[in-house]
Design a protein. Structure first.
Lengths: 125, 547
C-alpha cells in the first residue's frame, strides 16, 4: 500500500519542489480565508436595510433613464459578452478565422509545415 | 488470498487491456438479452479494469518497481539476445496515465447510462466505447513500438465511429471524417518512424531501441516523424483544427474519454522523447555539446508551439457561442500548458565553466547541466495532464447535461438555468474555477508550478501563461453568465435537473478535483513525482527488459 503520512497529506505545496522553493501554497489556509471573507460579507450584508416600499420608485430598475424591458429580453446573450474585446482585436480574429478553414486538406498542410520546421531545426534538411 | 492477489498483480498489465477488449465483443450479445443488463455489464467491465489499474499502480508507486509483462511468458530476450517478444512495460508514468484513463472511462460509462438512454444503437455505442478504452490502455501500457501503433489505430478507429455517432447530424459525420483522416496520416508517419528505427536497430522494443539509439541522421528523422505525428493526434497548434470539430460534435460522454485518448498521444511524445531517445535527451556530456544544443532547440520549438496553443486556444474560445466548441478550444489551451512544461524541460540544458574539485586540486571544466527548474517544469506538466483531464472532462459533462435538459448548446439561446439545474450549476462552477487555475482548485497547483518554471526560462513565457489563464477565466465567466445566470428564458421554464447517474458522474469528478486541489502535495509526492522520476530515468526503463 502507498504509505499514508498525515503530515505529507496536509503539507504545504512548495512550488518548485526539490530544486527551488520560491513559492508557498496552502489550500487549507486559503479555504479558511475564503470562508472568513464570506462570513464578513454576510455580516456586512446583515447591516443593510431590509424594509422597502412596494410599488414605488424604490423597487423600479434604473437603466440610465431607458425604459425597462421584459425580464426575458434583458438577458445578455453569449455573443454580446466581450464584444469590445472582440471588436478591438478584429484584425487578429480575421487572421485566426482565415487559419480555421474547416478544410481537412489545410489541416494536413499545417502538419507538413510543422514537420518541415522540425526537420530544419534539427538539422536534417 | 495473497497468492491470488499476487497472481492477479502479475497478469494485471495484460488483463487491463484484455478485459475491456473481450467485454467489447460480448456487449452486443448481452445487449440482445436486456439493455439494463448490458449497461450494468459495461460498468462492471470498466470497474474491474479500474481495479486492476489501481492494483498495479499501487504496487508500482509503493515499491518503485517496473512491471515487465512478456506475452507468452519467459524472458523478454530470446537466447540469442533478440527482443522479439511482445511485452508491456509498466513504470510510474504508465501507471499514472492508466489511473487517469480508468477514472475517465469509469465516469464516462456511468454518465452514458442516462445520457444515451433515448438513443438507438446503444449496443454499438458501448462496444465502441470499450474498444476505445482497450486501445487507450494498450497505448499507455505497451513497451513495443509496433504494438503502440496498433493500439493507436484501434483508439482512432473506435473514436472516429463514436465522434460520428449522431449520424443524423451532418456535422458529426463531417467531424468523424476529419478525425479519421488526421488520425490515419498521423499514425502513418508514426509507422514510418517505427520502420526507420526497425531498419536501423533490428528491434521494435522500446527499451532495446533506447539502449541502442545513437541519434544519427535517420534517428533524427524518426524523432521528427514521431513528434509531428503524435503532436497532431494530441491537437497541438497549428495541427489542432480537428479537435474543436471532434470534441464539439461527439456525445459528451465520448468527449470525456476522447480527452484521455488525446492525452495518450501526448504520453506517446513523453515516452518517445524521454525513454526511446532518453540517452540523447538526458545527455550532459560536454563532448556532445552539439547534440545537446540540438535538443535545446527542439525544446524551444515546443515552447513556441505551447505558447501558440495557449494563445490561439483562449482567443478562439472567447469568440465561440457554441458551448461544446468553446470548451474544446479551452481544452486546446490546456494542452498548451502541458507542452510548455515539456518544452521547458528540453530547453533547460546549459553549458558553462564549472569548478571541479578532485584529488586536492580545483580545476575549471566545461560542463553541461540541467537548469534547477527543469524537473519542476516536467512535474508541473505531468501533474497538469491529470488536472486537465478532470477539469475539461467535468466541463464537457456539464455541457452534455445542459444539452440533454435543453436540447441546446447555443449560448445565445440559453440563460437562467441555475434556477432549475442547481447541482449542474455547482459542478460547472467547480469546473470553471479549476480550469482557469483558480485557487483552491487542482488546476492552480499544477499551473503554479508551470508558471514558475516557465518564468525562470523566460519571463515573457511565464507571463503569457498567466495571461492565458486569466483569459480562460474570462471565457468561462461568460459561459456562466450566459447559461446559468439571468432571468428564466420562456422556452426553458420547464427544464429539469438531469438524471441521477449523470449527477453522480459529475459529482465523482468534482470531488476528485476538490480533493486534489486541497491536498496537492499528497498527490504530487505519491503519484506525480514517481511518474516524473520514472519518465526521466531511461536507464531503469531499459533495465526492465535488458538485465
Amino acid at each position: 500500500m502507498i504509505d499514508f503520512d498525515f503530515n505529507t497529506f496536509i503539507k504545504t505545496l512548495e512550488t518548485g519542489l526539490r530544486d527551488f522553493n520560491s513559492g508557498l501554497w496552502n489550500p487549507l489556509v486559503w479555504g479558511i480565508a475564503i470562508v472568513i471573507a464570506f462570513l464578513i460579507i454576510y455580516i456586512i450584508r446583515g447591516f443593510g436595510k431590509t424594509g422597502h416600499k412596494e410599488q414605488t420608485e424604490q423597487t423600479k430598475v434604473f437603466l440610465s433613464g431607458n425604459p425597462e424591458l421584459e425580464k426575458e429580453k434583458m438577458h445578455v446573450g453569449g455573443s454580446n459578452v466581450y464584444w469590445g474585446f472582440l471588436d478591438s482585436f478584429k484584425w487578429l480574429y480575421k487572421v485566426l478565422d482565415k487559419m480555421h478553414t474547416g478544410n481537412v486538406s489545410d489541416y494536413i498542410l499545417w502538419f507538413v509545415v510543422i514537420m518541415g520546421i522540425l526537420f530544419i531545426v534539427m538539422g536534417v534538411l | 488470498m495473497n497468492e491470488i492477489l499476487d497472481g492477479l498483480l502479475t497478469h494485471s498489465p495484460a488483463l487491463i487491456v484484455a478485459i475491456p477488449l473481450l467485454g467489447a465483443f460480448l456487449t452486443p450479445l448481452i445487449s440482445r438479452v436486456n439493455d439494463k443488463l448490458r449497461n450494468i455489464f459495461v460498468i462492471f467491465i470498466v470497474a474491474l479494469t479500474g481495479f486492476f489499474v489501481f492494483l498495479l499502480a499501487n504496487d508500482i508507486f509503493s515499491n518503485g518497481s517496473i512491471h515487465t509483462y512478456v506475452f507468452g511468458g519467459g524472458s523478454p530476450l530470446t537466447d540469442g539476445g533478440f527482443a522479439i517478444r511482445i511485452l508491456f512495460e509498466v513504470d510510474g508514468m504508465n501507471a499514472f496515465m492508466a489511473i487517469i484513463a480508468s477514472i475517465l472511462a469509469f465516469v464516462g460509462v456511468i454518465y452514458s447510462w442516462s445520457f444515451m438512454k433515448e438513443h438507438t444503437g446503444q449496443d454499438k455505442y458501448y462496444t465502441l466505447i470499450l474498444l476505445m478504452i482497450a486501445g487507450m490502455f494498450g497505448m499507455i501500457l505497451t513497451g513495443d513500438m509496433f504494438n503502440f501503433f496498433v493500439f493507436l489505430e484501434i483508439t482512432s478507429i473506435s473514436s472516429c465511429a463514436l465522434i460520428a455517432f449522431y449520424t443524423n447530424k451532418g456535422k458529426a459525420v463531417d467531424a468523424g471524417f476529419k478525425y479519421i483522416v488526421i488520425s490515419a496520416i498521423g499514425a502513418l508517419f508514426v509507422l514510418f518512424a517505427i520502420g526507420i528505427l526497425y531498419s536501423q536497430y533490428n528491434a521494435l522494443n522500446m527499451a532495446v531501441l533506447a539502449n541502442n539509439i545513437t541519434y544519427g541522421f535517420l534517428d533524427k528523422i524518426a524523432l521528427v516523424l514521431l513528434i509531428a505525428g503524435l503532436a497532431m493526434k494530441a491537437g497541438i497548434v497549428p495541427m489542432h483544427m480537428w479537435l474543436p470539430d471532434a470534441y464539439g460534435r461527439a456525445p459528451s460522454s465520448v468527449t470525456l474519454i476522447l480527452v484521455g485518448a488525446t492525452q495518450a498521444s501526448l504520453y506517446g511524445i513523453f515516452r518517445m522523447v524521454f525513454s526511446v531517445y532518453g540517452k540523447t535527451i538526458g545527455n550532459i556530456n560536454a563532448s556532445a555539446v552539439d547534440t545537446i544544443m540540438n535538443v535545446n532547440s527542439i525544446g524551444w520549438i515546443l515552447i513556441l508551439l505551447a505558447v501558440l496553443t495557449m494563445l490561439i486556444g483562449v482567443l478562439m474560445a472567447l469568440k465561440q457561442y457554441d458551448l461544446k466548441r468553446l470548451i474544446a478550444f479551452a481544452a486546446l489551451a490546456e494542452i498548451g500548458y502541458m507542452l510548455l512544461g515539456l518544452g521547458v524541460r528540453l530547453a533547460s540544458k546549459f553549458s558553462g565553466e564549472f569548478e571541479v574539485t578532485g584529488a586536492g586540486s580545483t580545476t575549471t571544466m566545461t560542463q553541461v547541466q540541467f537548469q534547477g527548474f527543469s524537473s519542476a517544469a516536467l512535474t508541473g506538466s505531468v501533474f497538469h495532464i491529470m488536472n486537465d483531464a478532470l477539469d475539461i472532462g467535468l466541463l464537457f459533462l456539464v455541457a452534455g447535461a445542459i444539452y440533454l435538459a435543453t436540447k441546446e448548446t447555443n449560448l445565445n439561446k440559453l440563460g437562467g438555468l441555475a434556477r432549475n439545474m442547481k447541482y449542474t450549476t455547482v459542478f460547472f462552477l467547480i469546473g470553471l474555477l479549476a480550469v482557469s487555475g483558480m485557487p483552491p482548485m487542482n488546476g492552480f497547483a499544477s499551473k503554479l508550478i508551470i508558471y514558475e518554471s516557465a518564468y525562470q526560462i523566460n519571463p515573457i513565457v511565464g507571463i503569457i501563461a498567466i495571461v492565458c489563464s486569466i483569459l480562460l477565466l474570462a471565457v468561462f465567466v461568460k459561459v456562466f453568465h450566459s447559461v446559468f445566470l439571468g432571468p428564466k428564458i420562456p422556452r426553458l421554464k420547464d427544464v429539469k435537473e438531469v438524471p441521477k447517474s449523470m449527477l453522480i458522474a459529475m459529482g465523482i469528478i468534482a470531488l476528485i478535483i476538490i480533493l486534489i486541489g486541497l491536498f496537492p502535495n499528497f498527490v504530487i509526492e505519491n503519484i506525480v513525482q514517481p511518474a516524473t522520476d520514472a519518465i526521466v530515468n531511461y536507464s531503469s526503463y531499459i533495465g526492465g527488459v535488458i538485465p
